[in-house]
Design a protein around this ligand. Structure first.
Ligand SMILES: Nc1ncnc2c1ncn2[C@@H]1O[C@H](COP(=O)(O)OP(=O)(O)OP(=O)(O)O)[C@@H](O)[C@H]1O
Ligand SMILES: [Mg+2]
Length: 443
């Protein structure tokens, strides 16, 4: 988003009411809640408080607003309080302190019968596995949420069919869930969540069980559909790439606290404190380290004489959204995007040329990472080429490996290099302290 756009959005925001407002919200699990909060606020760590009081601080002094149609992402390590915060929003958990408003209404004061109504009509919640009903058909699953809302059978069917089209599962509506592949099942889950007419969607790591390629598909699909349906979404993830990709704004949590809240751009460029810095980048490293320290071998390259069909096939096999094009001496010619290549295939073109972007960013082996970083901020997901003195392709930098490289103190090209070139993805359980980034994903 440009600064001008950002200002416009902000102005619009000021004229609208936030749809969710969280004020000084804290959640403590355990009996000595008040004492736990006091200790924490006087500077004790979450672990110390837990040792001394036996109470766990789930969320501490959270303050934020979510605007209509916004995708608000909450990110943090395991146990940082993401799910607790999400559940407080629809009152599955009562905050120990603080207030939460939905559309200006203070939800703790809503009587329970009315609260059920609000949940049904206004807030949908999606978990990791979407909770599909295996013995029902695809269409029944999609319309399930509408059924709960008491919408008529005819309207349900129509809406479910429209949604099925949106997620690219036309003609599959009468199959049983169990007859679909895992990725297709995920699409049904997403379709179901989006088919309901609830204004607010709370999503708790909905894509985290997916393999990285399907996950990327689902993220794209989600953004496409969101562009049409414009729900207000609070999206929990522990994956930095996912957060930066999906979020209009991102809140970073640590030990129950929101340590930074801002646009993805803002968070990458101006990390609020050392923790966030370590989470997204290390400025000092960025000054002293060079492109070659985080570059990886390209998994595939395309040669200038090759045809689009051959290249597209190789890209698909390697799971690449972009491929660098070189001549026979490995001089870099440019970068081709899978979508562009596919378009050429559709048009029966024989030459790759029209899909090659010759102005795609390239850097030298010794370009400081500080200069590499903005290329990713501005350009999204495209990888960046590293060339040697003779303009030959020496390696590639993908966003995942750049960020991982910036958050490790050792030379990643030595000790984890091959890992970065794969389409690897760390599971939640493997996420250790500090660097919860998805490792390497090419293109
Ligand atoms: N029902 C509960 N009873 C006691 N403690 C809880 C309960 N639910 C969560 N906690 C604690 O609250 C803290 C925040 O947990 P939460 O589930 O919100 O983390 P999270 O950020 O969603 O983690 P993850 O990424 O693993 O899902 C943790 O220390 C957790 O142990
Ligand atoms: Mg959680």
């Amino acid at each position: 988003m440009s600064e001008a756009q950002e200002r416009t959005t902000q102005r619009q925001d000021n004229e609208r009411e936030p749809i969710i407002r969280v004020e000084d919200c804290s959640v403590v699990f355990g009996r000595r809640a008040q004492q736990a909060l006091e200790m924490r606020r006087s500077g004790k760590s979450k672990a110390e408080v837990e040792r001394e009081t036996g109470s766990t601080i789930g969320v501490l002094d959270a303050n934020f607003e979510v605007w209509p149609s916004e995708i608000f992402v909450v990110i943090g390590l395991s146990g940082s309080g993401k799910s607790t915060l999400l559940r407080a929003i629809n009152r599955l958990i009562e905050p120990t302190e603080g207030k939460i408003y939905l559309d200006g209404e203070y939800i703790s004061e809503i009587p329970s019968k009315q609260l059920r109504q609000v949940r049904r009509k206004k807030i949908g919640m999606v978990f990791q596995h979407f909770g599909l009903l295996p013995n029902r058909t695809v269409l029944d699953n999609i319309s399930f949420g509408l059924e709960i809302q008491g919408i008529s059978a005819e309207k349900r069917r129509k809406s479910a069919e429209d949604t099925l089209d949106m997620v690219g599962l036309q003609g599959q509506g009468n199959k049983l869930i169990t007859e679909l592949s895992g990725g297709m099942q995920q699409r049904v889950g997403l379709a179901r969540a989006l088919a309901t007419e609830q204004e607010i969607l709370l999503m708790d790591e909905p894509f985290s069980a997916l393999d990285p390629l399907i996950r990327r598909d689902m993220q794209n699909l989600f953004l496409d559909i969101q562009g049409e349906v414009k729900r207000t979404v609070v999206f929990v993830t522990h994956d930095l790439d996912e957060a930066l990709r999906l979020g209009h704004r991102v809140a970073i949590m640590k030990d129950g606290e929101i340590v930074q809240l801002g646009t993805p751009e803002h968070i990458l460029r101006e990390p609020a404190n050392e923790y966030v810095e370590r989470f997204v980048e290390d400025v000092d490293y960025a000054k002293v380290r060079m492109a070659e320290s985080v570059m990886v071998e390209p998994k595939e390259v395309a040669y200038t004489g090759e045809g689009p069909t051959v290249v597209l096939r190789r890209m698909r096999q390697a799971g690449l959204s972009h491929i660098f094009v070189v001549d026979r001496e490995r001089h870099l010619v440019g970068l081709a995007e899978a979508e562009e290549v596919a378009r050429l295939v559709e048009r029966n073109e024989r030459e790759l040329g029209a899909a090659v972007d010759e102005d795609a960013p390239r850097v030298g082996r010794r370009t400081p990472l500080r200069e590499v970083l903005p290329l990713f901020v501005d350009d999204g997901d495209a990888p960046v080429a590293v060339v040697d003195e003779g303009e030959r392709l020496a390696g590639v930098i993908v966003r995942g490996s750049l960020i991982a490289g910036l958050t490790t103190s050792t030379e990643p090209s030595e000790e984890g290099g091959e890992d970065f070139s794969g389409v690897g993805n760390r599971e939640p359980s493997e996420v250790g302290s500090g660097d919860a980034v998805e490792r390497g994903r090419q293109g």
